[in-house]
Design a binder for this molecule. Structure first.
Ligand code: C2E
Ligand code: MG
Ligand code: MG
Ligand code: MG
Length: 292
């Protein structure tokens, strides 16, 4: 009987693997035509500055909607895009979209905001990456200081890219660099001190238990203090509850990003959120609009 079970398990595993391979090759095909078919789009998640008590930036997050496969999320398709090389094209597409959108906001008279775009190690390892970014800034007219690039610890460690040299050149252009998912990777403090970084994004796994787990609370507070001692700004990711916000505020975290403030939004919804309410005379001055 035990032999049977073993055989069934093997068969089940086999079928699952085959299904996964099929889905992966379907997604690869979708990715190949996503831009031409207009199946790729961007959502923007606002970031709230606790000290300034206003929105100071937003992160661009990629989405794909395909008639056959439905809604696809980055956790599934980004690894496939990286493997197939499609990330280079998709990454350039979202960079241009995000810069164009932020330029539009600036031209509409809102307070100057920072747009953050996630960058894959595959993109960063390309010799012409700096050139691509420069071209996009030139084309869209977005000032370099209104663009932030998010890289993860694994990207910094990756032997693929001469990451620190590339990032230094970008920083010299005036672009901001943010270290994403901080605390989940294998970066040593040595990396942190030697890399050109402006912002540290504390991973949501620390924020999760910041109220219930004393150890996580101490780690979070330690990360914030460490970042500040290095003159970095700290963003807490995945803030969902008011109690988490209170602990972060007490620990002098600079910025929060999470469902408590806003979900990722379609561009026109974000625009509406920022728009002054015509019925409210206080906001008739567009310069004060984004302070609402
Ligand atoms: P990330 O850069 O760490 O982005 C934050 C993720 O947390 C987003 O997931 C966001 O929707 C989610 N999130 C925001 N607030 C909350 C919250 O309060 N609670 C919870 N549970 N989650 C929250 P998303 O959009 O699914 O993206 C997942 C990851 O995929 C991103 O993590 C990023 O690493 C990658 N990614 C997304 N867009 C791109 C892209 O254009 N290029 C590249 N290379 N990677 C991307
Ligand atoms: Mg990110
Ligand atoms: Mg993150
Ligand atoms: Mg993440």
């Amino acid at each position: 009987k035990s032999k049977d079970t073993g055989k069934n398990k093997y068969t089940l595993f086999d079928v699952t693997m085959e299904e996964e391979l099929n889905r992966n090759s379907l997604i690869t095909e979708v990715l190949r035509h996503a831009i031409a078919n207009e199946e790729v789009y961007v959502v923007y998640q606002p970031q709230y500055n606790i000290r300034k008590e206003k929105m100071t930036g937003f992160e661009a997050l990629m989405r794909i909607r395909n008639p056959k496969l439905g809604e696809l999320y980055p956790q599934e398709f980004i690894p496939i895009a990286e493997e197939s090389g499609m990330i280079t094209e998709l990454g350039e597409w979202i960079l241009r979209e995000a810069c164009l959108f932020n330029k539009k906001l600036i031209d509409s008279g809102f307070d100057s905001l920072t747009v953050s775009v996630n960058i894959s190690s595959v993109q960063l390892s390309k010799a012409n990456f700096i050139e691509i970014i420069q071209n996009i800034l030139e084309e869209t007219g977005l000032p370099a200081g209104n663009l932030e690039l998010e890289v993860t610890e694994s990207t910094l460690v990756s032997s693929l890219s001469n990451a620190s040299v590339q990032l230094s050149s970008l920083q010299e252009l005036g672009i901001l660099i943010s270290l994403d998912d901080f605390g989940t990777g294998y970066s040593s403090l040595n990396y942190l001190t030697n890399m050109p970084i402006d912002t540290l994004k504390m991973d949501k796994s620390f924020v999760n238990n910041i109220c219930s787990n004393e150890k996580d609370a101490r780690i979070a507070s330690g990360i914030i203090n460490l970042a500040h001692s290095m003159k970095l700004e700290v963003i807490a990711e995945g803030v969902e509850r008011i109690e988490q916000l209170e602990v972060l505020r007490k620990n002098r975290c600079d910025i929060i990003q999470g469902y408590i403030y806003s979900k990722p939004l379609l561009p026109h919804i974000l625009l509406e959120t920022l728009m002054p309410d015509p019925a409210d005379s206080e906001f008739n001055d567009p310069a004060s609009a984004s302070k609402a």
